[in-house]
Design a protein around this ligand. Structure first.
Ligand SMILES: [Zn+2]
Length: 255
């Protein structure tokens, strides 16, 4: 598809959107997180959310009915991380599955010794490589309050990370960024954070971030958009890297 045709098609999808000003007002009011956004940013967020809804399919899990308002609130939050990136960052997969509440899939896993276990873990969300994003509505509904937790941003940060394969806390960086530097500051921060958590020291960032580099990136992405001052205070180098990666500066927005 030529660039011009693609651009025309994108504009057409946006212009033909049936979402009313009232629906937008409702979703923005439900997301205090968006208070510091400029008019231009909110307009871009609307456009990205329209494209997101056009490209993705929503399914209810366990008989849950996903309403238009729910889809919109998920789409808008999913587009916060890509506000200054592109909708194409979410290419390569199709479905968002929404469960009414936390879910507990039973799975067979093989451990490092080759032993197979039948496990059942309780989850509020997950992102599959080249597969769906799964969200629990009870956690999603209140994700947009400013408390440093945002399930939607968390799962979609995993999706950004997975653009290069398995989630490992290393999304594809921009030309003005250094992979070596990213690796250094994130490794150092991850080790420091693991130490703080094992000492029982709490700095307002969920210790779930200490489980894996991929979770460190996803949790810090949530905190970056909701409580950026925490990352700036404890991990200023990581804040600078996230600012370059997301091309956003939430510290300025939430000041
Ligand atoms: Zn995660």
């Amino acid at each position: 598809m030529s660039g011009l045709f693609r651009h025309w098609l994108t504009r057409r999808i946006i212009q033909r959107s049936q979402i009313t000003p009232g629906q937008w007002a409702e979703v923005f009011a439900a997301l205090p997180l968006l208070r510091g956004y400029s008019e231009a940013e909110l307009l871009r967020l609307r456009e990205l959310a329209i494209l997101f809804l056009h490209r993705k399919v929503f399914e209810g899990g366990a008989g849950f009915i996903v309403t238009e308002a729910m889809m919109l609130i998920i789409a808008v939050q999913a587009c916060i991380p890509i506000l200054k990136l592109a909708i194409d960052c979410y290419d390569g997969w199709l479905t968002v599955i929404v469960y009414p509440a936390g879910f507990a899939p039973r799975r067979v896993v093989r451990d490092e010794f080759g032993v197979v276990h039948n496990v059942q873990s309780h989850l509020s969300g997950e992102a599959w490589q080249r597969g769906p994003v799964v969200l629990a509505w009870d956690d999603t509904e209140h994700a947009g309050v400013i408390d440093g937790h945002n399930l939607v941003i968390h799962e979609f940060a995993h999706k950004l990370d997975m653009q290069t394969g398995v989630a490992n806390g290393f999304p594809p960086l921009h030309a003005n960024m250094s992979s070596t530097h990213w690796f250094e500051v994130f490794s150092k921060g991850f080790e420091d954070f693991q130490n703080r958590c094992s000492r029982g020291e709490h700095i307002g960032i969920d210790c779930y971030a200490a489980t894996l580099p991929a979770e460190f990136f996803a949790v810090l992405s949530e905190v970056f958009f909701e409580r950026p001052e925490l990352i700036q205070q404890y991990y200023a180098d990581i804040y600078a890297q996230l600012r370059l990666y997301y091309r956003q500066d939430p510290l300025l927005r939430l000041a």
